[in-house]
Design a protein around this ligand. Structure first.
Ligand code: ZN
Length: 658
């Protein structure tokens, strides 16, 4: 990526570091190129993106907001000594909670284990002159914070009853999984138009009424989270005045209607309108979007996000989307599972202007929406790669020693340093623009047929599509890769991640649980097994192998073209599983290749990684926007600044958006 008018070296990308977290800053150079009206559009959309913060906090766990109030009250007002090991442990803990939007880790979803004692926390509370919370509630919270057996996991994927075992707040306490599943199965069966089902349950909390019957408490300006949604609506109304075109105004109208009524039919209309708007430079997401936080994959967490088009980089993804049909037609997938007509694939590289809700501080770097299957197949989807975030990652990663440690071969290291960033961006584009949008279900196959393995299989499919095509000579012909072999760098980093380096994110003794990590492990381990298998049969060197040299496990790739053939075979099989809804095959592949970890290798990787002293998780500090007014009070400009610290941003958000 090239920001010709800015000096990257002067910008401080890396910021505070604690526990397993590193905070980064991202720049928004395109903001300076906007007109005042466009800047005001960004400004009000950004306010709307920040106002839903506490919706997410409450969705993640019903105690989260109270815990934050207690912690912030102690931080700002407690007379307890502001030094020593307990205080330092407290600072780490409050930052972890801020970062995770609650008391559970944002990625593993395990509850944090604070390194201060329950007794110290109680003393810290009692040293607040006039505390905002009463003592009995605080005692309860201290118990929740410090007892590891209470609510140990936000999203539990392996238990007899996933709902009872999960601390997330999408289902009232005590609602059993079978009852919830039955409730939504009936809803689905009663759909008016079975070909166009709304996303049942997506915007509500499932509760019990006085008679003990299940009922949905819907998120709306009249229902659950009314005060937050009302504030969001008022910012959206202001934003509407500065929209770039009529379509954007219509989109906001539909979103306002959805927030006011909670109608899922309106939500579908809103997403259809949103998919159709591709002319403006500014776009946003505001609403209940991803379902990773619900063990049943139905209920969506709130997120907000504003972006500005990066015109130069977007040319790259335009080339991909213009050729979407070629990619679909030439994929190794059975023709029954291919889309006859690939439509609506738009692909943009954008710069994040504001991150909120479930996209903050930890953020995705590529987004493909909407999630409704029928809307996607009839109206298409919109994909973005967030270029200024990948830029920040790359800048912060340079020279931190990670690649030198895990890529032992000098030639490979040279290749990766030269091409990895460019090819990784292209991989993300392929995954988001073409991968998720490719293929079709056979008639009558339920989009949710793969159940708990659905997300993993879907991510696997999109990654395989990307891996298959990044190696295609078409990429070079289209001018998207610098050399015919540059894709080797992407295969190497991908396999290295799936087999080894992503394990640094997992605690010793644990399994792989998160969908994207399972997907990478699945692909890499399956290819490794194929490599060994065929090498044994033919008596040749494996295409790919793990070897141990000087006590360090090392990935060697000897034959990239063969590896690509494996990728093509697996893509065909994964697409078949998805298209046919083959639940058993999905379960078999995920459980055989995507879950288990070799304990010896895991220990080695963790030890090597520890020595580098790097943070496995990264997130972002938002820029600040402020209105500049003339003496008459007219807004003459919107200023952007990047100097707020993580702590002060968190405290400010706690004040302004609570
Ligand atoms: Zn994806």
């Amino acid at each position: 990526m090239n920001y010709s008018n800015t000096d990257n070296t002067a910008f401080q990308y890396a910021d505070i570091r604690f526990a397993d977290i590193q905070l980064l800053r991202y720049r928004v150079p395109e903001f300076e190129n906007l007109t005042l009206t466009q800047k005001l559009y960004v400004y009000h959309l950004s306010e709307a993106a920040l106002c839903g913060r506490d919706i997410l906090w409450d969705q993640n766990c019903r105690h989260n907001i109270d815990v934050r109030h207690l912690l912030e009250d102690i931080l700002l007002h407690s007379g307890i000594e502001h030094q020593g090991a307990q205080w330092q442990a407290f600072l780490t803990y409050i930052r972890q909670v801020w970062f995770a939007n609650g008391i559970h880790h944002h990625y593993s979803t395990d509850k944090f284990t604070p390194k201060f004692s329950a007794q110290w926390l109680e003393e810290a509370y009692k040293a607040i002159p006039s505390p905002i919370m009463d003592e009995s509630r605080v005692m309860e919270l201290i118990h929740i914070i410090t007892d590891p057996t209470i609510m140990p996991k936000r999203v539990c994927q392996n238990a007899e009853d996933l709902l009872l075992a999960s601390a997330c707040n999408y289902y009232a306490e005590g609602i059993r999984q079978v009852l919830a599943e039955d409730f939504y199965a009936k809803k689905k069966a009663s759909a008016i138009d079975a070909n166009r089902p709304v996303m049942y349950g997506m915007n509500s909390r499932l509760e019990l009424d006085e008679e003990g019957n299940l009922r949905e408490n819907t998120y709306s300006t009249q229902g659950l989270y009314a005060s937050h949604l009302n504030r969001i609506c008022s910012h959206l109304e202001k934003a509407q005045e500065y929209a770039e075109n009529q379509k954007q105004r219509d989109i906001i109208n539909l979103l306002l209607q959805f927030y006011r009524t909670g109608s899922l039919e309106t939500f579908d209309q809103y997403t259809i309108a949103w998919v159709g708007e591709t002319e403006g430079n500014i776009d946003f997401i505001n609403g209940f979007t991803e379902v990773y936080g619900d063990p049943l994959g139905l209920k969506a967490s709130w997120e907000g996000y504003v972006n500005i088009l990066d015109k130069q980089a977007t040319r790259r993804t335009e080339v991909l989307s213009q050729n979407a049909q070629w990619f679909e037609d030439n994929s190794p997938v059975d023709s029954r599972f291919k889309k006859k007509e690939c439509k609506g694939v738009t692909a943009r590289v954008v710069q994040a202007a504001m991150l909120g809700g479930d996209l903050y501080p930890s953020s995705a770097i590529g987004i493909n929406l909407p999630n409704s299957n029928w809307v996607r197949s009839v109206h298409g989807s919109k994909s973005v790669t967030i270029g200024n975030l990948t830029e920040a990652y790359d800048q912060a990663a340079q020279g931190n020693g990670f690649r030198q440690e895990f890529i032992r071969d000098k030639e490979t290291l040279k290749m990766v340093n030269k091409y990895a960033h460019q090819l990784d961006d292209l991989h993300t584009d392929l995954h988001e623009c073409l991968g998720h949008g490719s293929g079709q279900l056979l008639p009558g196959v339920d989009a949710d047929a793969l159940g708990v393995h659905g997300s993993t299989i879907e991510e696997t499919r999109a990654d395989l599509f990307a891996l298959y095509y990044i190696a295609d000579q078409k990429m070079y012909q289209l001018g998207l890769t610098p050399t015919p072999d540059a894709w080797h760098s992407n295969y190497y980093t991908y396999m290295l991640n799936g087999l080894m380096t992503q394990l640094v994110r997992i605690q010793p003794g644990c399994q792989i649980e998160e969908a994207h990590m399972r997907n990478r492990a699945l692909i890499a381990h399956w290819c490794l097994e194929q490599s060994t298998h065929w090498a044994n049969i033919f008596g040749t060197i494996p295409a790919m192998q793990l070897v141990k040299r000087e006590d360090k496990t090392e990935l060697l790739i000897h034959d990239y073209p063969t590896l690509r053939q494996f990728i093509g075979q697996l893509l065909a099989e994964i697409q078949r599983i998805k298209s046919e809804g083959d639940t058993l095959a999905a379960k078999h592949l995920v459980e055989k290749y995507g879950v288990d970890i070799d304990a010896t290798l895991h220990t080695e990787i963790l030890e090597r990684y520890q020595k580098l002293d790097l943070a496995p998780y990264k997130g972002f500090i938002n820029p600040c926007y402020s209105l500049q007014k003339d003496p008459q009070g007219n807004v003459v400009d919107v200023l952007i600044s990047y100097d707020e610290s993580f702590d002060s941003q968190m405290l400010r958000y706690g004040q302004e958006y609570a």
